[in-house]
Design a protein around this ligand. Structure first.
Ligand code: MN
Length: 700
């Protein structure tokens, strides 16, 4: 275990300005807090955070990060509190420790790949300070190095699986390849002990059995290139057991076939020399078909350039070779930061020197707005368009940013969305329009008797939720129409004073060419069927002498005064003027004259050249639009419909605009002869007990 002064000295070695006092206080605090706790290995628990801090010094991280490493398990595993950490070590370290504690509480929920991918993204999204993630990775790395001390094979297995599924790819994602390799290595060793042992033994036999070594092959390549006058440096390495295993799996190669266990890098002085070097290599050793890639003529998306090839060397052994020039090599090593540092001069150089890992990180952060932004804020800009929340059972659910509990409910299941009446976030009741944030645990409160509120449409963000709300609202409107039609039918039947047997109705449906009762109700509600026609259908001959309902008369040639004879015109959809209203016209090219009520805002806006118009005495009537608010109780709509019918108005269309527990608001289009008739209807409606208010809609 690292001693206190050793740790401080390590930090001082790369950062002379580091806060020595902070590190010392953190060391002592953590040692006291962990006290006599022991690790599975029998070591004092305290050795773990110190080793984690040691790993972080390898990455040459700043004093706050090192202190966070030392303190990272104090809140979770000891009596220390967040307030204490904040008070003793400052807000900045407090925030980092809090971040690591939160990450540590999250465990993989299942083996499926999507869950792992989500968890990776979530970890990144949660770590709004990249240093939180680095401490977590160092923590995991030390736990993996000491995995063998855990007695339970199941637990070892689970930790190894999680490491390979989540933490190793995450390390790769932020450019920490060394950490990624080691995590994979340790995980592989735990999960596939036989394969690991077999590969290690095979590598050992290759080394001792007279097969060409890395150094000898590198030498051979160097000589061939020199003989053809190509100036280049050649480096080689043996691949690690895990990457050999991956290749064997990926290519379906058995243990006995020899996969390419060695890789070489040739660095030349110019792009032209890269191709010359490749020519020399392919001339001397047989290339393996399908393995050659030219990333110089077509670079990778992140700008990476190199030639990749695999050749057969010696007795059937295969080696991988990458060829690039010095400039390409620098870029590949430093990524985008190479360009950036170059452009920014001293400042960029300083940033790169104080945070060496940042160079690789920047290359990986393709999603960040700009490398500069990353370097300035050292924040993860990835996945900013997503939030990750939890179900009550702890399953992770990704949602678009701005999503609400309603979006969450519909994402889980449309039935859950449809029956959603409330939400509890992190144990507290919240309004359904609340925007969810990373890490929220969301519980949906449901009621079978509830239906989606049309108002939800104004705040949901997922297409699934929006479509479901619209669908439900339409279904509700249809239902309201059926209810209204049935009430109209019953009211009419009562007025007819006719016996209404099933046979009578069936015969009536046949005469009306309607399929069933719902079709009849809909026809009535939509005023496609008059009371007169209904009565005649139910009891043929019974309407003889009975007064017919009022019907619009045939349109006279010029129902509106002020228009030239034969001019095309139509009544505006915004204000729905009816005879008796004061009106004016706006000429619309190709559509004739649009007739508006004088107070209509559209007329105000477009009517610079308005035509003065007046209704002709013989006008056939028009459709007015009213908004009614009625008590949400049985029979309310029927009362409204009866009042309108009693005043000889025709309901042309009815739509439910809004409904809550107490009231519903409907938009009703009524065909009337003139404004006097409309006024009679609205007055009567206002007098009805079921009706709260009636307003004429004169603008949209
Ligand atoms: Mn730990």
């Amino acid at each position: 275990m690292l001693r206190q002064y050793e740790l401080v000295e390590r930090v001082k070695a790369y950062d002379p300005q580091a806060d020595e006092d902070l590190l010392n206080r953190a060391y002592v605090f953590s040692m006291k807090a962990h006290g006599s706790q022991l690790r599975a290995s029998g070591d004092p628990y305290f050795s773990h955070p110190i080793e984690v801090a040691g790993i972080l010094t390898d990455l040459q991280l700043d004093d706050e990060t090192i202190a966070t490493g030392i303190l990272h398990d104090t809140i979770e595993d000891t009596v220390a509190t967040q307030a204490e950490i904040d008070r003793l070590f400052g807000k900045s370290v407090g925030r980092l420790v809090d971040g690591v504690t939160k990450l540590s509480k999250i465990e993989a929920q299942s083996d499926d790949e999507r869950a792992a991918e989500n968890l990776r993204k979530f970890l990144v999204a949660m770590s709004d300070d990249i240093r939180v993630l680095l401490v977590k990775l160092a923590d995991r790395l030390h736990n993996m190095r000491t995995l063998g001390h855990i007695p339970s094979p199941e637990k070892r297995h689970r930790i190894a699986r999680e490491t390979m599924d989540i933490y190793a790819p995450l390390a790769g994602r932020i450019g920490m390849y060394e950490v990624m390799d080691e995590l994979n290595q340790l995980g592989f060793q735990e999960l596939e002990p036989e394969a690991f042992a077999s590969i290690v033994a095979r590598l050992e036999r290759l080394r001792t059995g007279g097969a060409a070594t890395v150094a000898r092959i590198a030498d051979d390549i160097r000589q061939q290139l020199a003989r053809h006058g190509v100036e280049a440096t050649v480096q080689g390495r043996e691949k690690r057991p895990y990457s050999i295993w991956r290749k064997m799996e990926g290519q379906g190669i058995g243990f006995e076939a020899l996969p390419d266990v060695m890789a070489f890098r040739v660095v030349t002085t110019s792009p032209a020399d890269c191709y010359r070097a490749l020519g020399v290599i392919h001339q001397h050793w047989k290339m393996v078909p399908g393995r050659f890639k030219d990333f110089i003529s077509t670079p990778k998306r992140n700008g990476y350039r190199s030639l990749h090839t695999t050749v057969v060397y010696g007795e059937g052994g295969r080696i991988e070779i990458q060829v690039r020039d010095a400039a390409m090599h620098a870029e590949a090593e430093l990524g985008v930061a190479a360009h950036w540092a170059y452009k920014q001069g001293d400042e960029g150089q300083a940033a790169r020197e104080s945070y060496p890992w940042l160079a690789d990180l920047v290359e990986m952060l393709e999603h960040a707005a700009s490398p500069q932004e990353v370097l300035e804020h050292t924040r993860m800009a990835m996945f900013e368009d997503q939030v990750f929340v939890f179900t009550p059972k702890g399953a992770l659910q990704p949602l678009p940013r701005g999503a609400t509990p309603v979006d969450f409910a519909y994402q889980l299941h449309s039935e859950i969305g449809d029956s959603c009446v409330g939400a509890r976030v992190n144990g507290r009741d919240v309004p359904l329009r609340t925007r969810l944030v990373n890490g929220d645990q969301v519980e949906i409160l449901r009621s079978k008797r509830h239906a989606p509120d049309p108002a939800w449409e104004s705040f949901v963000v997922t297409p699934k939720a929006r479509a479901a709300v619209r669908r439900q609202v339409r279904a509700k409107q249809r239902e309201a129409q059926l209810t209204m039609g049935r009430q109209l039918f019953e009211a009419a039947a009562a007025r007819f004073k006719l016996p209404m047997s099933d046979e009578t109705i069936a015969a009536g449906l046949t005469r009306l060419k309607l399929a069933d009762r719902p079709a009849l109700y809909t026809a009535l509600a939509r005023q496609m069927l008059s009371e007169h026609a209904l009565r005649e259908a139910l009891l043929p001959g019974s309407t003889a002498g009975a007064p017919k309902s009022r019907k619009p008369k045939a349109a006279p040639a010029i129902p509106i005064k002020g228009l030239t004879e034969g001019a095309a015109f139509h009544l505006a959809d915004c204000c729905h003027p009816v005879p008796g209203d004061r009106i004016a016209g706006v000429s619309r090219p190709g559509q004739g004259v649009e007739v508006h009520a004088l107070e209509c805002p559209v007329l105000e806006r477009d009517g610079t050249d308005r035509l003065d118009l007046a209704w002709d005495a013989a006008s056939p009537g028009a459709t007015a639009r009213v908004a009614t608010v009625v008590h949400n109780q049985p029979g309310s709509l029927a009362a409204v419909a009866n009042i309108i019918a009693a005043h000889a108005g025709n309901i042309v269309n009815l739509s439910l605009k809004h409904r809550d527990r107490e009231f519903h608001t409907d938009i009703i289009d009524i065909e009337v002869a003139d404004v006097a008739q409309l006024n009679a209807i609205t007055s009567a409606l206002r007098a009805a007990p079921a009706v709260v208010s009636v307003e004429r809609v004169t603008a949209t």
